[in-house]
Write a new protein. Structure first.
Length: 383
């Protein structure tokens, strides 16, 4: 789960990570009173969307007067901001963050993430801040330093010194920042904290100018307060609906909708689709405890997705019974708008005959396949 910059910075403050003073605002008037409560001008008005690249897209505005601030806030609120991370449709700006303008000496990059190679959190740092780290990694890999933490809750002296040296920053500035971020990371079950840029002020002090933070979804059950920071407006509508029905669903950008039982089989199904030269529209594992209602919700999700041009059902019935899936299809079909959407069924295993009979008796036109290979081939042909 991603959170907004203003929310992440609030957490930064609690853990002693220096950030500029700022306030969130959802109207122009709120933005003006937010600015008046801060030092400045200059102020910086920042669009709060779950995407980076706002600066280059006009989503971060430096304002030297209340008049400029009014204009910037009015121009951003209610507008769709298109950045290199949003896709062409952009993201609607519903909220702004107004903060004090900071004098910038140097812009650095610093993030803390789970290093899967060593199974620990690691700091990833670079003196090339303010640009996309993937680009730095591709062009100048030597400009990126990776520092796995030695202990889970304490930053040790040598690591802090090494990071400070790599970034040419005072160790006395760097160590408390690293310590605060590490505590925040662990206590909040974060999977990523990214400061891009982390700024060195002309006097040598550090300040986090940008803040991105992701929380591990699997830890939200014990992170009640953080769970409340979820912003449904920023999530994929399809994923939101799937979550409401307890379906394991990930939206993708292909055109074959997939309905599968079991995560492994769902991944294999996506692989076979790609092997045949097409692309899956989603990952969907209906799970072992599926009911007719949940199966129906899964089908409705696929049927109502305008991106989907064919639906591939791959059920290998074990604990999941084929008749449950079949009844789910019948229930969803009754409300399906695009009746001509091709449905390819590989329905084998427990109660297979019953399942097929239910679909036939309901008069639903599906194409049957015996193997995954055959079903995927039919789906690609149907496109
Ligand atoms: P994004 O990564 O989405 O473009 P950032 O928060 O990184 O957004 O802002 C983009 C740039 O705007 C920063 O690299 C920095 O140069 C400038 N900036 C952001 N916040 C401030 C601030 N409070 N004071 C001065 N400059 C800022
Ligand atoms: Mg940034």
């Amino acid at each position: 789960m991603n959170i907004h910059e203003y929310q992440a910075k609030e957490l930064f403050r609690r853990f002693g990570v220096p950030t500029p003073r700022g306030r969130a605002a959802s109207t122009v008037e709120e933005a003006v009173s937010a600015a008046e409560a801060l030092d400045g001008p200059p102020w910086v008005v920042k669009a709060q969307i779950h995407a980076g690249g706002r600066g280059k897209a006009g989503g971060v505005r430096l304002c030297r007067s209340v008049e400029e601030l009014r204009q910037a806030a009015g121009g951003l609120l209610g507008r769709r901001l298109v950045t290199r991370q949003t896709g062409a449709e952009g993201r609607l700006v519903r909220r702004l963050y107004v903060e004090e303008g900071v004098e910038i000496g140097r812009e650095l990059y610093l993030s803390l993430l789970i290093d899967r190679a060593c199974g620990r959190p690691a700091f990833v740092v670079s003196p090339a801040g303010g640009m996309e780290i993937e680009q730095v990694a591709a062009e100048r890999p030597e400009a990126i330093g990776r520092y796995p933490v030695e202990e889970i809750d304490r930053i040790d002296g040598p690591s802090a010194a090494a990071v400070a040296r790599f970034l040419a920053v005072e160790e006395g500035e760097m160590r408390p920042l690293l310590q605060g971020l590490l505590e925040l990371f662990v206590r909040c079950d974060a999977s990523l904290i990214e400061l891009n840029p982390l700024v060195v002020r002309p006097d040598g002090r550090l300040v986090a100018l940008d803040a991105k933070m992701a929380i591990d979804d699997n830890a939200l059950f014990r992170q009640q307060e953080l769970a409340g920071l979820r912003d449904p407006d920023e999530e994929d509508a399809r994923e939101r609906e799937a979550a409401a029905f307890g379906l394991n669903y990930v939206a993708l950008d292909g055109d074959i909708g997939c309905m599968v039982n079991g995560a492994g089989l769902a991944m294999a199904t996506m692989d076979v689709i790609q092997l045949k030269g097409a692309r899956p529209a989603n990952f969907l594992d209906v799970g072992g405890g599926v009911t007719v209602e949940r199966a129906a919700a899964g089908f409705r999700l696929l049927f109502s997705d305008s991106q989907v041009r064919a639906v591939l059902v791959n059920i290998f019935g074990g604990i999941v019974r084929c008749d449950i899936i079949a009844n789910g299809l019948v229930a969803a079909r009754a409300r399906q708008v695009r009746k001509d959407l091709p449905v390819l069924m590989r329905l084998v295993g427990t109660h297979e005959e019953e399942g097929r009979a239910i679909i036939r008796d309901a008069g639903i036109d599906v194409r049957w396949a015996q193997t995954l290979d055959e079903a995927a081939g039919l789906a690609v042909a149907a496109l």
